[in-house]
Structure formats: structure tokens, C-alpha cells
Design a protein around this ligand. Structure first.
Ligand code: CP
Ligand code: NVA
Length: 312
């Protein structure tokens, strides 16, 4: 793989290889075993939207691998305004070994990758958040084991970038998924079509419904995200009323299996998509999810840049 832009672009063996390497890197980090597979490699990071987890985990991650991450000042770089996207891509490719971008239009990620001679990583676009979804699968395996075909993941809320990436990830790892959104807020149609086709081939089920009860019933995992994503702030009030029936609260999680886990990519809007009671409960694994961003993204970086130097 040259870039990491969408989970749909990866084969199931590629996904598994990243997850296995992530487990190994996590173990090495915990035991303070040197693993500088990316010694002297560098990552240029462009953030056109805010970030805590993604920025910190990538910056610390590449440092732990022996390399360097540089956060570009978005105003100063002016991707597509001060300088054209192709020219920024060509220039950064002369300095850095990889480029990461968090932006609005997914097309911008694709254009950057087309003109960059080094790997480009999608660190969230309006269409998808593949680093998040892959880390989430890693977290699910840690808590629920590798037999994912026996599990039901219920994503309840907005059919947004995180939801799209989970739709792409589920067939790659053989996980059953039910998505429940208000009418009109379903995941993107092209994504749904591709995910349905992949699910058929993988022998798992993906269902999209408007009923959160159908999704939550007997779920092993309940997942939600903010109702208004970055860039949709002006719709917050309208969405808060439309989505209120989709809140993850004590009543809804009673329908799930008693040992269900609660997941959220964070940041969370407590009291909106999830109550304090649920996100702070023993079933919640949200900070494991956050931590695993570090380990899984290190594996992505090594696969993109380090290749054969990796032992084990
Ligand atoms: N989940 C996630 O991507 O968090 P940040 O927006 O803080 O990077
Ligand atoms: N859907 C959210 C995810 C944040 C990590 C957003 O795009 O704002």
C-alpha cells in the first residue's frame, strides 16, 4: 500500500497485518523494548481541523519509532490558497518521508496523495476516519477476542465519517454491524453500497436502520459519536433535537448484552449523544480506544515506511 486513505482500499490480510504489528508494538512499548523501526524518518502533519488524540498520538508515535513529526501551521502553509495542493505535495515530498492530513473535503486528501511521491495518511476527512476505525477494531479484539463473527457492533447516531470507516472496516475483519441513524442522517450512499457488497463477500451482516432499539438489542458493542461533526457547528441545535431519541443512556444500554462495551472516538459531548452514567461506567472503554490510536498508527507508519526492517 502506498497511502492510507480509506480502509476500503486495503485487503483483509493487510488489515490483519497492521493489527498484528500494532499488538507487537504495544507490547514493546509497554516493556520499554527499543523499536526504532523508523529511525530518522519524518512525518509532515497538516491539520485543517482541531485535534488532540490524532495529533499527539502521531507525533509521539513517530518519535517512539525513532523519527520526527512536524506539525505544519495551517494558516502559514495555506494548502490550496497560498500554494496549490500539487505544489505543496511535491515540496513536502522532498523533505518528509510521509504526509498526514486532516481536512474537510475528502477530495483534498486524494489530490494531495496523487501529487505526493511519499505516502499520505488520511487523519480524518468529512468522508472518513480510517485511523480511528482501525484502532477501534484493535480495541474490540482486546476486549472481546478474535472471533468477531460472533459479535454485533451497534453504531447509533450520525452516519458520519467515523460511521463510514466502521462500515468499511467491518467486512475486512468479519464483524457484524448495525447502524441506527435518524432518517436523512444515514451513512453516505456510495459507502453503504460498497460496504454491503463487501459484507456479502465476507459473510457478515451490515444493516442500516432508523431504530436505535433494533441496533442496541443484544449488542456486544455500542458505539456513538458527536451529533454535529467539526464543520457542522451551526447545525448543533437543530441536530440536538433531531438526534435526542438516539442518545446512549441507561435505558438504551439495558437492551445490550450485560457485558457489552461502550465506545466513542472522542471528543464526547456529554449529556448529548451519551450520558455521564454510560461513558463513565465499567462498560466504557473510551480511553483504551484513545490509547490504541498510538499503537495502531505506529503500525500504519511502519507498514507505509519501514517495511522489511521489522522483526516479529
Ligand atoms: N478521535 C479523534 O480523532 O480525536 P481528535 O479529534 O482529538 O484527534
Ligand atoms: N465525527 C467527528 C469525529 C471527531 C474525531 C468529527 O468529524 O468531528
Amino acid at each position: 500500500m502506498k497511502d492510507f486513505i480509506s480502509i476500503h482500499d486495503l485487503s483483509a490480510p493487510e488489515v490483519n497485518a497492521i493489527l498484528e504489528l500494532a499488538a507487537d508494538l504495544k507490547e514493546k512499548q509497554k516493556n520499554k523494548i527499543k523499536h526504532e523501526y523508523l529511525w530518522a524518518k519524518s512525518l509532515a502533519m497538516i491539520f485543517e481541523k482541531p485535534s488532540t488524540r490524532t495529533r499527539v498520538s502521531f507525533e509521539i508515535g513517530i518519535w517512539q519509532l525513532g523519527g520526527l513529526g512536524i506539525n505544519l501551521d495551517q494558516e502559514a502553509t495555506g494548502l490550496g490558497t497560498r500554494e496549490s495542493i500539487p505544489d505543496v505535495a511535491r515540496t513536502l515530498s522532498r523533505f518528509a518521508d510521509a504526509i498526514l492530513i486532516r481536512t474537510f473535503a475528502h477530495q483534498k486528501v486524494i489530490e494531495l496523495a496523487r501529487h505526493a511521491s511519499v505516502p499520505v495518511i488520511n487523519a480524518l476527512s468529512d468522508e472518513s476516519h480510517p485511523c480511528q476505525a482501525l484502532s477501534d477494531v484493535f480495541t474490540i479484539i482486546e476486549h472481546k477476542g478474535k472471533e468477531l463473527k460472533k459479535l454485533k457492533l451497534a453504531y447509533i447516531g450520525d452516519g458520519n465519517n467515523v460511521c463510514n470507516s466502521l462500515m468499511y472496516a467491518a467486512p475486512k475483519v468479519g464483524l457484524n454491524l448495525v447502524v441506527a441513524t435518524p432518517p436523512g442522517y444515514e451513512p453516505d450512499e456510495p459507502v453503504t453500497e460498497r460496504a454491503f457488497a463487501d459484507a456479502l463477500k465476507a459473510g457478515i451482516s451490515i444493516e442500516v436502520t432508523n431504530d436505535p432499539v433494533v441496533a442496541a438489542k443484544n449488542a456486544d458493542i455500542i458505539y456513538t459519536d458527536v451529533w454535529a461533526s467539526m464543520g457542522q457547528e451551526s447545525e448543533s441545535a437543530k441536530r440536538a433535537s433531531i438526534f435526542s431519541y438516539y442518545q446512549i443512556n441507561k435505558e438504551l444500554v439495558k437492551l445490550a448484552k450485560p457485558d457489552y462495551i461502550f465506545m466513542h472516538c472522542l471528543p464526547a459531548h456529554r449529556g448529548q449523544e451519551v450520558t455521564d452514567e454510560v461513558i463513565d461506567s465499567r462498560n466504557s472503554v473510551v480511553f483504551d480506544q484513545a490509547e490504541n490510536r498510538l499503537h495502531v498508527q505506529k503500525a500504519i507508519l511502519v507498514k507505509l515506511l519501514g517495511g522489511d526492517n521489522v522483526q516479529g
